[in-house]
Design a binder for this molecule. Structure first.
Ligand SMILES: [Zn+2]
Length: 435
């Protein structure tokens, strides 16, 4: 098994290198980063393929086979990032600078860090002569995750299922330690919330704006809607993962809303982050009304980003919406209706993760959770219903409350100590799963 210091050095250097490839999506331009990863993996004995839906945006599939049958373990990651505004940053977001014990840059958490730790661990093992005893190791690094995975995971799972099918998949989604009331809990992401974005329309009657009450102003009708969306919350429909997470934090999960309130009183930042895990969430983001300043608008439209616990569908969104907005009739049109999916909680993979955490951080525990956002895990579960797909990237030096706001934010960075920790986990996972 490779030394921790060696894993830390390898993943740090690889992360710095990966950050220097600007893969802001759109447009992504992932080819150079993927070619670089391919050359490293090929040199250490992996069979590699670049599979692209469009020119210049390949997905990388690297494979190490055993001679006997066994499970396929896939370490997954995406190499594209969201944009960064250099004016908001202390450092150049694409310099991959090492400062104060951290690697800084866009993608340092989401998720070139995990790609680097997975690849560095696999390469270190392969260079030592390690090979899977049974089964198969897959490293899959996708493009286009940040804008919907149309050319990445969605395409890959649909067009090349035979090449990316796996029994166990480990991707992004959780693993930063949560500290609360003297407890330390490492989340394991079992599922992601579904995405139900919609447009809500109000209707009125046009008229001359010099006589305000001559018409019926559709824009003004949005006022109460916006206030309700800010002030009120849909009744909790907490998924079982959230209940187990609250229990692990020492809270009474029989009343999840009260538990999250208590959490928020002790640590407001944690309260804000945990609240959406209770159920359906609504965030109005775009509004349109009126074409001319002297005409009362007869129609206004509000776009709402709505996230829904796994396996719940449109009827749950409509119920939640009427609980928030009351019985007024609104016209609602859905643009996205992706039902979230999940993997089971009690699996050998969870045991491997728990054993690692207990050894690394005695006294800490592991708890399942559902992620707020969306990830490539969804497409793997969708395509391969028997796969167990988790999000886990252990981080201890930087905890969840400190790290989460850096994702898609300014000054994204990761402690090198956490890169070493994560690489050690992936190294152990490969060895214990494929023997
Ligand atoms: Zn990501």
């Amino acid at each position: 098994m490779p030394e921790r210091a060696d894993l830390e050095r390898r993943s740090t250097e690889l992360l710095q290198r990966l950050i220097r490839f600007n893969t802001v999506n759109p447009p992504g331009n992932e080819a150079a980063a993927q070619e670089y990863l391919r050359s490293l993996l090929e040199e250490s004995g992996f069979e590699c393929e670049l599979l692209a839906a469009v020119e210049g945006r390949p997905n990388l599939v690297a494979r190490l086979k055993a001679t006997s049958d066994g499970p396929t373990l896939c370490l997954l990651g995406h190499v594209d990032t969201v944009l960064a505004d250099p004016a908001q940053w202390t450092v150049d977001p694409w310099a991959g600078e090492l400062r104060d014990g951290c690697v800084w840059g866009r993608g340092a958490i989401d998720m070139k860090s995990q790609v680097a730790a997975e690849a560095a661990a696999a390469i270190a093992l392969a260079e030592e002569g390690w090979r899977p005893q049974a089964g198969e190791l897959l490293l899959v690094f996708t493009c286009d995750e940040e804008t919907g995975a149309v050319e990445g995971a969605q395409w890959l799972c649909r067009e090349h299922p035979g090449k990316v099918r796996a029994d166990l998949v480990v991707n992004e989604g959780a693993g930063q330690v949560l500290r609360y009331d003297g407890r330390r809990v490492y989340g394991v992401c079992l599922g992601e919330k579904g995405v139900f974005r919609f447009t809500l329309r109000t209707e009125g009657r046009a008229g001359h704006a010099s006589v305000p009450r001559i018409g019926d102003n559709a824009l003004a009708r949005m006022g109460p809607v916006l206030i309700a969306l800010r002030e009120r919350r849909a009744p909790a429909q907490a998924p079982p993962e959230t209940l187990r997470l609250l229990e692990a934090l020492g809270l009474d999960a029989s009343d999840p809303e009260a538990a999250v309130e208590e959490l928020g009183r002790t640590d407001p930042r944690l309260g804000v982050l945990m609240e959406p895990l209770l159920g359906v969430s609504f965030a109005p983001t775009i509004m349109r009304a009126g074409d001319k300043i002297n005409v009362i608008p007869a129609r206004a439209e509000l776009e709402v980003d709505c996230r829904v616990p796994p396996e719940l569908g449109e009827e749950h969104v409509r119920e939640a919406l009427s609980a928030v907005l009351g019985d007024d009739e609104f016209h609602v049109e859905f643009a996205d209706t992706v039902v979230g999916n999940r993997s089971p909680a009690d699996t050998p993979l969870m045991e491997t993760i728990s054993a690692f955490v207990e050894r690394e951080d005695p006294g800490a525990t592991v708890a399942p959770m559902v992620m707020w956002g969306f990830s490539d895990s969804h497409w793997w579960r969708d395509a391969f219903p028997d796969s167990v797909v988790y999000g886990f990237f252990p981080q201890r030096a930087m905890d969840f409350v400190e790290g989460f706001p850096l994702v898609h934010g300014a000054d994204e960075r990761i402690p090198v100590e956490d890169l070493g920790l994560a690489a050690a986990f992936y190294s152990e996972l490969m060895e214990t799963t494929l023997r």
